[in-house]
Design a protein around this ligand. Structure first.
Ligand SMILES: *[C@@H]1O[C@H](CO)[C@@H](O)[C@H](O)[C@H]1NC(C)=O
Ligand SMILES: *[C@@H]1O[C@H](CO)[C@@H](O)[C@H](O)[C@H]1NC(C)=O
Length: 330
């Protein structure tokens, strides 16, 4: 009796490892269920154990952004970025490269450029250096990030001010030349509901393709609020109907304080709904969650009246939200 109980336990333990979110979404023909890592979590065993067992793709939360990699012109800091690349590739994880051209976390020396030639060369050099360094190791690049305002106008970034819409073509063409095999994405937030922003993004994608600019995917960040996820699938479907790949790239579902059991139960249903939304759209290749434990989340500083957006709690225990994502995959 004791021995067979042990065998049953051992078999269950093994199958629960195989039953990780990433393995389950791969069994459904998708590419990955992913998460983020960075210097603040890479040495925390509870986090890396969860990443190892549950997730198949890695995004650097901050260390691959422009200000971290090229703080002054043509002066590249690879230490933190390489640490993440090496962590991921040595464990067989895909890498989502985030991000090449973004108005935020952009050093002042770039923001102050006022002429077309200089900015063109600076964009080309940054992309060549970064995408070139990790050529062959990156599954997908977020080539441009957050180029639209909520009303569908182009964001008034240095890139748009100086170069107009063609900065986007420049970025994609340069990225393709630097790494021919990485999937090239446009990425943005608030694509979770209908409105002028997603309309503008889809129209831009049509223009890019009409000009022969290489683009492979649309990333919907998915920074969501509990109880407000009902439009996600319909919008993912619109993105998928372009024929490009689609991914949810930065999923978290935050809860207005105070957190209580009713809101946590709604969060469980919301993670199930969003995971199912990806599964219901054939072009959706995967989901990246923007953090492991509620202990380490950008939500705490960015949205102080919200909390607890992730699948593991402050003490690295699975929440009901995990069950929600898992249920969708079963
Ligand atoms: C769109 O929104 C931006 C940012 O709020 C604003 O600067 C711009 O004037 C708006 N454009 C239109 C056409 O309303
Ligand atoms: C985490 O553990 C501490 C100490 O045991 C406890 O006070 C706290 O409530 C726990 N947090 C959660 C979210 O369970």
């Amino acid at each position: 009796m004791k021995l067979s109980a042990f065998v049953v336990t051992a078999v269950l333990a093994v199958s629960s490892v195989n039953a990780a979110l990433d393995a389950k979404i791969k069994a459904k023909g998708r590419a990955y269920y992913g998460n983020i890592i960075d210097q603040n979590t890479i040495n925390i065993g509870q986090v890396t154990n969860i990443l190892n067992t549950e997730f198949g793709a890695i995004t650097a939360e901050n260390s691959w952004k422009w200000d971290a990699i090229e703080p002054s012109r043509n002066n590249f800091n690879w230490g933190n970025a390489d640490a993440i690349a090496n962590w991921a590739t040595s464990r067989g994880k895909l890498i989502r490269g985030h991000t090449l051209v973004w108005h935020s976390q952009l050093p002042g020396w770039v923001q102050n450029i006022g002429d077309r030639n200089t900015l063109t060369q600076v964009i080309q050099n940054h992309i060549n250096q970064v995408a070139g360094r990790y050529r062959g190791r990156v599954y997908a690049w977020d080539v441009v990030n957050e180029v639209f305002e909520e009303n569908g106008s182009f964001r008034n970034s240095v890139f748009y001010r100086v170069l107009g819409e063609e900065f986007i073509d420049l970025a994609f063409r340069t990225a393709r030349a630097a790494d021919a095999n990485a999937k090239l994405y446009i990425n943005d937030y608030n694509l979770d509901g209908p409105g002028p922003k997603i309309d503008a993004l889809l129209a831009l994608v049509g223009r890019l393709r009409g000009r022969g600019t290489p683009i492979d995917g649309i990333g919907s960040q998915g920074h969501l609020i509990v109880g407000q996820v009902g439009n996600v699938e319909a919008q993912l479907k619109r993105m998928g109907d372009t024929g490009l790949d689609v991914a949810i790239t930065e999923l978290d579902i935050r809860i207005q304080r105070p957190v209580d059991s009713t809101k946590l139960a709604q969060q469980q249903r919301d993670y199930e709904t969003v995971t199912k939304a990806c599964l219901n759209v054939p072009q959706c290749v995967g989901i990246t969650i923007w953090g492991v434990s509620d202990r380490h989340t950008w939500v705490d500083s960015t949205f102080p009246s919200f909390d607890s957006p992730l699948l593991w709690d402050d003490n690295y225990s699975r929440k009901s939200a995990y069950t929600g994502a898992d249920t969708a995959l079963n």
